[in-house]
Design a protein around this ligand. Sequence first.
Ligand code: BEZ
Length: 222
Amino acid sequence: MLGEQAPSFKAETTNGNLVFPEDYGNNWKILLSHPKDFTPVCTSEILELAKMQQEFDQLGVKLAIISTDELTSHYQWKQLLEDILVSQGEEEKISFPLIDDHNGRISNTYGMLHAWEDPTRDVRGVFIIDPENRIKSINFYPMNIGRNMEEIKRVVLALQVSEKEEVLLPANWTYGDDVLMKYVPYTQEELEKDPSLKEKYYKVGINLWYRKGDALTSMKGN
Ligand code: BEZ
């Protein structure tokens, strides 16, 4: 459930033993599940994540990938993925771990096994977890559809901006767009003292106050 602590687990991975989320410390984390090593959609997704590694690094996000395959399969697939990256002229290696969950224990805990799809294979799950290890976003995608990694990055950035700036993000928001205020942003008295507030905020309807995007103080990693 959103807001809950991410369930902790120990597992073997292509980067050695992992205690998740604890070993990732005070970073944002994304745990992505996928159905099966060596399958076309999964391969395209992991390649995309590898290519976007630096962008996730810049947002302070650490990635972990899980499926119900064995570790030996993960190692072989990782090698194949890296060979493809080299053939595409990419310098990135797969630096995030591929987690062995061959008995489905972790997948079951996280609700990644959807019996009507396949009782033994994960659906495409995305768990975004904050630095305090609280689950902030959960999405499940079907097995035959690859995820939009830019959208996943957008949600992390939106969560970070919303928290830091204490604002809400409207439909289709991307970094630099106008943001929504949680409260009426100023009183009449404050406006009289500082008329420039009118340039920073505008009202579209009841309870619909925007702050202009150029007033964002911070933080896009890329
Ligand atoms: C794939 O990644 O290509 C895939 C995996 C499981 C079912 C269908 C497609």
